[in-house]
Design a protein around this ligand. Structure first.
Ligand SMILES: NC(=O)C1=CN([C@@H]2O[C@H](COP(=O)(O)OP(=O)(O)OC[C@H]3O[C@@H](n4cnc5c(N)ncnc54)[C@H](OP(=O)(O)O)[C@@H]3O)[C@@H](O)[C@H]2O)C=CC1
Ligand SMILES: N[C@@H](C=O)C(=O)O
Length: 264
């Protein structure tokens, strides 16, 4: 068995993108802590990876919409100096228009996609900085920059993930703690059933297989990318978008209104 690269914590590892991160990171040489609600599905993912790689793979059953469960996972992370990677992947979406969606379900989505991700990042980062080593991967979505595409609360939650990651990356510069934010496009997972639109209803040409998504995201990580959008073929489009944002940044706060808002 190769020497461990440390332990990677992966939330939402019982299916889809998180389960594939588990497989790939174990093969790279990480021990794993896999987190999700469904203990049986978690163990079904963990067992073959354990057998095939010989890595230490723990499973933690937690509903990350519940504060007690989030606190439990946060403590596990904060107390374990072996942890070198946190993949904040657990998330749910919705395809119904936001005003036609159940407000409680929207709050639960925010609790998972935003609050849990934030709390677990707060649990991991101080140790990473103190030890001068660590990686945070936040799974956002292309809806972070196209919130009109699906449910607006989902888009807003992923816009948070992108903005939070942008700020975190800036604050951690020089600390040897790397931040990556991944913006998947439509990906073939159970996400779509849970979100209310089976993936088979999407045009085939816009849906990426989950293994291709995860392998591309990991290649981006190995290149120390900050933003990784596996399905965007012309990366110059992101570069132009980001350059426009940066160019505007210095002009957004001034001591008088713009001429168009001056009366007369
Ligand atoms: N599939 C897609 O098209 C896209 C997905 N994404 C993002 O990718 C991430 C992974 O989704 P994906 O793999 O596609 O979907 P899946 O539905 O396959 O996976 C979601 C994972 O999150 C876990 N999860 C859901 N609710 C909770 C909860 N309350 N507490 C703890 N874990 C929970 C699920 O496990 P369990 O049910 O056992 O708790 C499961 O392991 C999400 O953040 C999603 O927003 C982004 C863009 C596109
Ligand atoms: N990125 C997907 C969901 O989050 C999509 O918009 O297809």
């Amino acid at each position: 068995m190769p020497e461990t690269l440390g332990t990677a914590v992966i939330t939402g590892a019982s299916s889809g993108i998180g389960a594939l991160y588990a497989d790939r990171l174990a093969r790279q040489g990480y021990d794993l802590v896999l987190v999700a609600r469904n203990a049986e599905r978690l163990e079904r993912i963990a067992r073959p990876i354990r057998e095939q790689t010989g890595r230490i793979i723990e499973t933690v059953t937690a509903d990350l919409t519940f504060a007690d469960d989030v606190n439990h996972v946060a403590s596990l992370i904060a107390d374990n100096a072996e942890i070198t990677v946190l993949i904040n992947n657990a998330g749910v979406g919705a395809t119904a228009p936001l005003l036609q969606s159940d407000a409680n379900a929207m709050s639960a989505m925010i609790a998972l996609n935003v609050e849990a991700l934030t709390r677990l990042t707060y649990a991991a980062v101080p140790g990473f900085v103190a030890r001068g080593r660590g990686t945070i991967v936040n799974i956002a979505s292309i809806v972070a920059i196209t919130p009109e595409r699906l449910n607006g609360v989902y888009g807003g939650s992923k816009a948070f993930v992108l903005a939070f990651s942008q700020s975190l990356r800036q604050e951690l510069e020089g600390s040897n703690v790397h931040v990556q934010v991944v913006l998947p496009g439509a990906t073939a997972t159970d996400f779509w059933d849970a979100a209310g639109l089976p993936v088979a209803h999407l045009p085939e040409e816009i849906v990426m297989p989950a293994d291709a998504l995860v392998d591309a995201a990991l290649l981006g990580l190995s290149r120390k990318e900050f933003v990784t959008i596996p399905s965007l073929h012309d990366v110059a489009q992101w570069d132009v978008y980001e350059a426009a944002r940066q160019a505007m940044a210095g002009n957004l706060s001034t001591n008088k209104p713009a001429a168009r808002y001056l009366a007369g």
